[in-house]
Design a protein around this ligand. Structure first.
Ligand SMILES: Cc1cc2nc3c(=O)[nH]c(=O)nc-3n(C[C@H](O)[C@H](O)[C@H](O)COP(=O)(O)OP(=O)(O)OC[C@H]3O[C@@H](n4cnc5c(N)ncnc54)[C@H](O)[C@@H]3O)c2cc1C
Length: 453
């Protein structure tokens, strides 16, 4: 098989050096133990990807696609005997400012697409906190969310077309350059969020939009996290802020310890909100006023707003660094549950119960405006008992989200971490059609096996 791959690929694309292969074996899901690949392929063209899939199909070898490896669910974690297929080298980029779209390769970083759009006075909104280090291919494969999704939507809302290499090496073009297109099934959306289990994304046409007006950034503190949750419900019940992020006491303390910036570590929870309401007539002032009122009514101890962009960016940066900051405290099982927004107070209360019952630290952060929270189940991996309790806590948080009508993952994906919970969320009928779709597109089961169902 390796000889066939070598013959089908340009010099240097196939890597078997164990040290290099090892560096591509895992993503950022700390607790997932990856398998040992046979080889790594660093594709630099669509033809390379097609060659890999043809050889893999012929030899029935598994292929684990990989972008930048920043995933938090073990989606890009290698399985034994697989080919790890990196699409980081597919970096074509063309911006059409008149049509307001970008034709991109999956290997570009999200930040690079944003920067290219900005050069033309345009904006690519999806903004995972990891936007400076994650690839567009990974964003598409996980349907990544982020901070501005509450108002501007998630990755799939910006996808006009996808180029995908199927399991047998066939290249298909799905969608087109028109904003409206209802010819046939919307298959591109099937691939968005499919975590490399249905095909390899080798290109995309993404919608761009004019940049938003300047934002006012707000910070509100609360005596406890449930009160902050109540404020979120009130805010979203009336307006769509450009961001609405939550950090509880432990998360604020972790960020302040990692990078002192004067955050008040005595608070029970902190909300960060952004308003970029435009249209003149004081729309932004009205929105800021409403958010302030909602926070006050929910019991905020302090609310402040700034129009200073640097100050606003510093506050949002504090939120973005919350995951790495908590990771300094121990091993972290990163939850990604989502609930209908009115259920946020119940979810954060349930997380507190789980943390107490399992004697496990669970700092909570999240994109609260879309009901998507990241309880960070933190433990000492050298303490077997603590690790076992953390596993149970991780499961119990997912169970709580499902009980509240929510989802086990809002944006990070199923990956390896949540496979055993997917069936429970989908139920038998949806599971059956999910498996039928997988079998139709990957009959040999070689695409990212062990992930999904
Ligand atoms: C500090 C931090 C903060 C984060 N914040 C957010 C956040 O706010 N929102 C959010 O959504 N995520 C967040 N993430 C998670 C992660 O950055 C996203 O899931 C991101 O989309 C993964 O991109 P990647 O290029 O690193 O993909 P990888 O981790 O390499 O892969 C992710 C999945 O996509 C598949 N894949 C990758 N490329 C392809 C391809 N070309 N074709 C088919 N399948 C492919 C892989 O097999 C895997 O299943 C965060 C991560 C970190 C470390």
């Amino acid at each position: 098989m390796l000889a066939a791959l070598e013959g089908a690929l340009p010099d240097g694309a196939l890597v078997t050096d164990p040290d290099v292969v090892d560096a591509y074996r895992r993503d950022r899901a700390e607790t997932v133990v990856p398998g040992m690949p046979l080889a790594l392929v660093r594709a630099t063209s669509v033809a390379d990807v097609q060659a890999v899939m043809r050889v893999a199909s012929a030899h029935r070898v598994s292929v684990v696609p990989r972008g930048a490896g920043t995933g938090l669910s073990g989606g890009a974690a290698a399985v034994d005997g697989c080919i790890t297929l990196s699409t980081a080298g597919l970096r074509h980029l063309h911006v059409d400012p008149v049509a307001m779209l970008a034709v991109v390769g999956p290997g570009l970083l999200n930040a690079e697409v944003k920067a290219a759009a900005r050069e033309h006075g345009l904006w690519y909104p999806p903004d995972p906190s990891s936007f400076e280090i994650c690839s567009i291919g990974g964003n598409l494969a996980t349907n990544a969310g982020g901070l501005c999704c509450v108002k501007y939507g998630v990755t799939t809302d910006y996808v006009l077309a996808l180029d995908v290499v199927l399991a047998d090496g066939t290249l298909v073009h799905l969608g087109g350059q028109t904003v409206k297109d209802v010819a046939g099934y919307d298959l591109k959306r099937l691939f968005v969020g499919s975590e490399g289990t249905l095909g390899i994304i080798v290109g995309a046409t993404l919608r761009l939009r004019p940049p938003p007006p300047p934002a006012t950034t707000m910070v509100a503190t609360f005596p406890d996290v449930v009160a902050a949750g109540r404020a979120v419900v009130e805010v979203v019940g009336r307006v769509r802020p450009a961001a609405l992020e939550l950090m509880d006491r432990a998360a604020v303390a972790a960020v302040e310890a990692a990078k002192p910036m004067g955050l008040d570590t005595g608070v029970g929870a902190l909300l960060l909100a952004r308003s970029d309401a435009g249209g003149g007539g004081g729309a932004r002032a009205d929105e800021v006023g409403w958010i302030t009122e909602a926070c006050d009514r929910a019991g905020a101890s302090y609310v402040a707003a700034t129009d200073d962009e640097d100050e606003g960016e510093m506050l949002m940066a504090a939120r973005r660094m919350a995951i790495p900051a908590v990771e300094r405290l121990g091993t972290v099982l990163i939850e990604d549950v989502g609930v209908p927004v009115p259920q946020i107070p119940a979810l954060v209360a349930a997380v507190e119960v789980v943390a107490d019952r399992r004697d496990t630290a669970i700092p909570v952060i999240g994109h609260a405006g879309d009901g998507n929270l990241h309880p960070l189940v933190t433990f000492d991996r050298h303490d077997a008992d603590a690790a076992a309790r953390a596993e149970v806590a991780f499961d119990e948080v997912m169970e709580a989200a499902l009980r509240l009508g929510g989802t086990i993952t809002g944006e990070h994906g199923i990956g390896t971490l949540k496979v055993r919970h997917l069936a429970e969320q989908l139920g038998p009928d949806v599971l059956r059609i999910t498996r039928a779709v997988k079998a139709a597109l990957d009959p040999l089961g070689i695409l990212n096996p062990g992930k999904w169902v």
